[in-house]
Write a protein that binds this ligand. Structure first.
Ligand SMILES: C[S@@+](CC[C@H](N)C(=O)[O-])C[C@H]1O[C@@H](n2cnc3c(N)ncnc32)[C@H](O)[C@@H]1O
Length: 491
């Protein structure tokens, strides 16, 4: 029977790549199935188990081997997969009538089936379908249970499972790593906190599903358990697997947004600017792309970059023409003030000070405009601070282009914590070092000053040497990952 399963899955992989992607049919490795069942299955004789997107029945068969065929229930939209799952269960226990199995393993939408029922364990590997893939597969998913259009289908399944688990029971569904911090999965993480607690967690820093590079995790949720898992701190569960230290910084203290306005620009600015950008225009206003931003350094004019699919040695905005045309004049005036420019995605948080207010940011650079200009270098020291980078890397783990990158949006930059009052003197010293690093005469001097600033700011936050060592290694190994997205059109 395993051969029929293998053949069907291989067939999907070889011949029906599009269907496989549209269904999210990437089947679960046996070791991971075993890990999940070890934690999810109760030892009681009448226990019941549901896999709401059961495919060819990997979870169902493994659960039936432990609890008996009558304990397992499954649903899948794919009739061929359901047929194979039923046959495998039948082969496991020929004394159970085929009809009985067919009542428990059904062709149905797992998001709507099983209404009014509860199970001791809800397990499985539901489809991972983002909005684009759902649309191309013609899925409307009307039963999104009040969740937004951008919430991945896998998280909608997790949400549904919380309503199908019996008190004291367990939900353990494979999820994409992005569930840890994606904004659109926030209501699902909150629902988990309302239902119980994550009592076990699995993840891997490399892909374990054949045929897809997506990184995955399994939060094991026990209904009714406590203390509830903070919906904003799931990243901490995965940080050790990715070698990220998790300094515990205050959640309720002052934040960057208390001192500065943090904004990102969007398509209006991107497309509005494009006609006014020239290469090395004498007297032009530098346009700084993410690829040009390094910690305490702008490489504008020394490194080529791309904007709107065009390569520039020194992209410059013809400000007079932009002002004459009018539509972005007010925007440009608002941006041409002393500020920090932050590349939202890199090995560390890459931020540089535009102390004279002479640069324009390119999408998706984040502008951090201090309300008091005296705070400019203090804010740069905060964004360069190793504990702040580790905090962001933990909190937003799984949302970057690569698991190694730290990705922060304007809103998230605004939420980064400032040092506690006990760190005030070190913070002032860190600000002076950050300023010297930016004014350094050469790369070697800058690197030395950055490390000094990192040390001082680690002390300002009361964090340990592990955080400093992690950050220092990342600053050294920093590659121009952000360059990959520089100049691409906003969605
Ligand atoms: C990743 S596969 C996992 C299958 C199984 N849990 C396993 O690991 O062997 C996802 C399955 O979800 C099914 N599926 C997609 N949307 C579904 C829905 N709304 N309801 C039920 N099944 C669905 C697909 O047909 C596919 O078999």
């Amino acid at each position: 029977m395993a051969r029929a399963t293998d053949a069907y899955e291989q067939h999907l992989a070889d011949h029906e790549r599009d269907r496989r992607r549209a269904q999210g049919s990437f089947y679960t490795p046996p070791e991971l199935v075993g890990w999940i069942l070890d934690r999810a299955l109760p030892r009681t004789p009448d226990a019941t188990v549901l896999d709401p997107a059961c495919g060819t029945g990997h979870f169902l068969v493994a659960a039936a081997e432990r609890l008996g065929v009558r304990a397992v229930h499954g649903s899948d939209l794919d009739p061929e997969a359901v047929r194979i799952a039923r046959e495998r269960l039948q082969a496991l226990d020929p004394t159970v009538a085929a009809d009985e199995i067919a009542q428990r393993v059904v062709v149905a939408d797992g998001l709507t089936a099983w209404a009014g029922r509860t199970f001791d364990a809800v397990v499985g590997n539901p489809p991972f379908l983002g909005q684009l893939r759902r649309r191309s597969a013609g899925r409307s998913e009307e039963h999104r249970r009040g969740l937004g259009a951008y919430t991945d289908t896998s998280a909608v399944f997790l949400h549904r499972a919380l309503g199908l688990v019996a008190p004291g029971g367990v939900v353990a569904l494979v999820q994409p790593l992005s569930v840890l911090a994606a904004r659109d999965a926030g209501p699902v993480r909150a629902a988990v906190a309302a239902c119980g607690a994550i009592t076990d967690f699995w993840t891997s820093d490399r892909p374990v599903f054949e045929g897809t590079p997506v990184l995955t995790c399994v939060p094991v949720v026990r209904a009714g358990a406590g203390p509830a898992t903070d919906p904003d701190a799931w990243g901490r569960l995965a940080a050790p697997a990715f070698g990220v230290p998790s300094p515990v910084l205050p959640d309720d203290g002052p934040v960057v947004g208390d001192l500065a306005d943090c904004t990102a620009d969007f398509r209006d600015q991107f497309y509005g600017l494009a006609p006014f950008v020239r290469d090395a225009l004498p007297g032009g206003t530098p346009l700084v792309t993410t690829g040009l931003i390094d910690p305490a350094e702008s490489r504008w004019g020394t490194t080529a970059t791309r904007f709107a699919r065009v390569r520039y040695d020194a992209p410059s905005v013809d400000l007079a023409a932009l002002r004459a045309e009018g539509s972005l004049a007010r925007w440009a005036d608002a941006r041409l003030v002393p500020k920090l420019l932050v590349a939202g995605q890199g090995r560390v948080i890459e931020a540089v000070a535009d102390e004279h207010g002479a640069w324009l940011p390119s999408v998706p650079v984040v502008s951090v405009v201090p309300r008091d200009r005296a705070d400019l270098w203090r804010l740069l020291a905060v964004l360069l601070a190793p504990p702040v980078v580790a905090h962001a890397a933990t909190r937003y783990l799984g949302t970057g282009l690569t698991p190694g990158s730290v990705k922060v949006s304007a809103r998230q930059v605004a939420a980064l914590p400032l040092p506690p009052p006990s760190g005030a003197a070190a913070w002032a010293e860190g600000a002076a070092l950050a300023r010297r690093a930016q004014h350094a005469g050469d790369a070697g001097e800058r690197a030395g000053l950055l490390v000094e600033a990192g040390q001082v700011m680690t002390a300002a936050y009361g964090a340990g040497d592990d955080v400093l060592a992690w950050w220092a290694a990342r600053v050294r190994r920093r590659t121009d990952e952000s360059g990959a997205v520089a100049g691409s059109a906003p969605a």
